[in-house]
Structures are given as structure tokens and as C-alpha cells.
Write a protein that binds this ligand. Structure first.
Ligand SMILES: [Zn+2]
Length: 348
């Protein structure tokens, strides 16, 4: 069967293998036929040789962590043949740490977790894969064209879950949210904000392309000016760019008792001048919180499946700006500035 692989650490080692072995039984009881995988910046980093780890004893890593497939067989009876399913990306560390021990592997303390298509577990970019019932998430049948958005949605479902847990420290009635960055994560964070009835503002550099209209179609307000020029004191800010100046401006932009959730991974190595004392003063005197959020546990995946099922399906479909047949895999993994989400199609 077909599989998209790389040799981690080796740039330009991306390959489509035609004779990849069938998924072994120990991978999980549920056999799944792949429909599609979504591609994100993490994949690009792995393809460029900057990230990723092959399974123990292997030199190649099967890519793909944003999965969507159809159940072929499930002898455990958890899912039925034909069910739409996604595989959870992260598995708990073997120790396990206190968080992994209770199923909160997204909060792993020792970094020894594994991740499909990223870190020591084969990914989902292959014709068939297997998954244990505890790591399989069923999707509404209507989500067949867009269900590979579940993984990025799980990331923002976790972010919102933690924002709300932090908000619960006081009497908290948020009204306004600012999302910085209108890529897939920012747009899905904005979608979940509109589902909460908040007034949603999204900021991005783009003035052309699909982003402004995608934001307006959510009933949200699009801004292309810097954070510091907005006449806005949001109760919540979800930062999805990882751009150092945007991150710093974001930390200063929220109103009293504001919560800033950082989701963008910066590459680091660039320094900028800023007034740390003024930031500290603002955080202390306004009871503000700045926190980082990554990955998602099973509860968040289920919240995300529910959020997608309740979203406008046409809007979700318009996030997918390219669907590339698996035979043209190299094209799919070549980023373009016009992309929101690129999907590798295994049915073609
Ligand atoms: Zn752990």
C-alpha cells in the first residue's frame, strides 16, 4: 500500500512508497481506510529536516497527524464499518507522568510522549492504518469532506477549555475576543469563539486572499492593522502567529482580568527591545494571565468533533484551499502563500 514517508533530519527525503507494509495488528484493533490527511507547518518542518523522529528501529517516518478515515472493521464493536474516524495524535509517555497517568497527555511533564507522524509513531498518510478504540474519535457522517480539520480543531478546543478554566477563578463574563493570525488555527479559534456567543475580532496582515471574507462569514470583524492600533480591550486574546512583536503586543492588549492564550510556536533567535517592567506592572495590577497551550487530550477531541458538527459545513470546506491527490504528494507538501489548509486526498 501507499505511504508518504521522510527520513527525519534529512532534507528532501520526502517519498511516496508504493509497497509499504500493511498496518500491524499491534497498532490497534480498528482497521481504517484513509480518506485524507491535512498538512500543516509541523509537516513542513519535518520535510525540511528540522523536526521529527522515526519509530524505534526504523529510519523512515510515515507523515500525517491530521487524519480522516473510514472504519473497515472493528472487532471490539466500539465503531461500525463505514464510520468516519480520526486518530488521536499523541500517546502518553511510558512512565507515566502524573498528567499522562490520568489521560491528560497534552500536559505531559517529561516530554516522553509519542505522536503519530511526528515523534516515534507512524503517521496516517498511508492507505490503511489501525487505531485502538481509546485513540479513535468518531465524526458526524456529514463531516466527510472536512473531517481532517478535527486535529487542528482539537488544539483550539483545548485552548478554549483552559481559557474557561482560568476564567473560572473569578466572576467572569467575557464579551470580546481578539484572535491574532488568520491561518487554520486562528480561524478555528475564531469559529469556537463565535459558538460561545462572543464578539469576535481577527487580526492578520493579509488584505487580499480568502482570509478577510472567511472572518466576515463567521460574523466576526477583520483587522489588518497592528494590535497596538486597535481601539479594543478584549477580555480574551488567542495568539496564533508566534511572531515575537505580535506576542508582546498581545500580552499588553487585554483588558483587566484578561486572559492571553499563546498557541503559536516561535522559531526563536530574534531579539527585540521591550519594557519588561511595564508588562509586569500591567499583568499584576490587572490580574491578567498569559499562558501557553499545545496539543489536546481525548476530551478536547470530542469537544472539537461536536464543534465541527455544529459549524457551517460550507465555511469549513472553504478553509481547504487545495485538495491534492496522493500521487501528486510533492505538490501538496510545497507551501504556497495562498494556502489556508492543504489536504492530501487518498481517495483520488
Ligand atoms: Zn507524560
Amino acid at each position: 500500500m501507499r505511504a508518504v514517508t521522510v527520513t527525519p533530519g534529512v532534507p528532501n527525503s520526502l517519498r511516496l512508497v508504493d509497497d509499504h507494509p500493511e498496518p500491524p495488528a499491534e497498532e490497534g484493533a480498528i482497521l481504517v481506510e484513509a480518506l485524507a490527511v491535512g498538512i500543516c507547518a509541523t509537516d513542513h518542518e519535518i520535510v525540511s529536516g528540522g523536526y521529527g523522529e522515526a519509530p524505534p528501529g526504523a529510519t523512515a517516518l510515515v507523515l500525517g497527524h491530521e487524519s480522516l478515515g473510514r472504519v473497515v472493521e472493528d472487532p471490539t464493536g466500539t465503531l461500525r464499518p463505514g464510520d468516519l474516524v480520526a486518530g488521536i495524535v499523541r500517546h502518553p509517555d511510558p512512565v507515566p507522568c502524573p498528567n499522562c497517568a490520568v489521560g491528560e497527555w497534552d500536559m505531559c511533564r517529561n516530554g516522553r510522549y509519542t505522536e503519530h507522524g511526528i515523534k516515534a509513531l507512524p503517521g496516517f498518510a498511508r492507505d490503511q492504518w489501525r487505531v485502538e478504540p481509546g485513540f479513535a474519535v468518531r465524526l458526524d457522517p456529514a463531516l466527510a469532506p472536512v473531517g481532517m480539520l478535527l486535529e487542528p480543531t482539537s488544539v483550539v478546543a483545548k485552548a478554549w477549555d483552559h481559557i474557561e478554566r482560568i476564567g473560572a477563578r473569578a466572576e467572569w463574563q467575557p464579551r470580546t475576543v481578539l484572535v491574532t493570525g488568520a491561518g487554520p488555527i486562528g480561524l478555528l479559534a475564531a469559529l469556537l469563539a463565535t459558538q460561545r456567543g462572543l464578539a469576535v475580532h481577527v487580526l492578520d496582515l493579509a488584505t487580499a486572499g480568502p482570509k478577510p471574507e472567511l472572518v466576515r462569514a463567521l460574523g466576526a470583524t477583520y483587522h489588518a492593522e497592528p494590535v497596538t492600533q486597535l481601539d479594543l480591550q478584549p477580555d480574551v486574546l488567542v495568539e496564533c502567529t508566534g511572531a515575537p512583536t505580535v506576542v508582546l503586543d498581545a500580552m499588553c492588549a487585554v483588558g483587566p482580568t484578561g486572559i492571553v492564550c499563546l498557541t503559536g510556536v516561535s522559531s526563536g533567535g530574534r531579539t527585540i527591545d521591550f519594557d519588561a517592567g511595564a508588562l509586569n506592572r500591567e499583568l499584576v495590577l490587572e490580574n491578567n494571565v498569559v499562558f501557553g497551550s499545545v496539543n489536546a487530550n481525548r476530551r478536547h477531541w470530542e469537544l472539537a468533533a461536536d464543534a465541527l458538527a455544529h459549524a457551517d459545513q460550507g465555511w469549513l470546506a472553504s478553509l481547504i484551499t487545495r485538495r491534492v491527490p496522493v500521487g501528486a504528494y510533492a505538490e501538496a507538501y510545497t507551501p504556497s502563500s495562498d494556502d489556508i489548509k492543504v489536504v492530501l486526498d487518498f481517495t483520488a
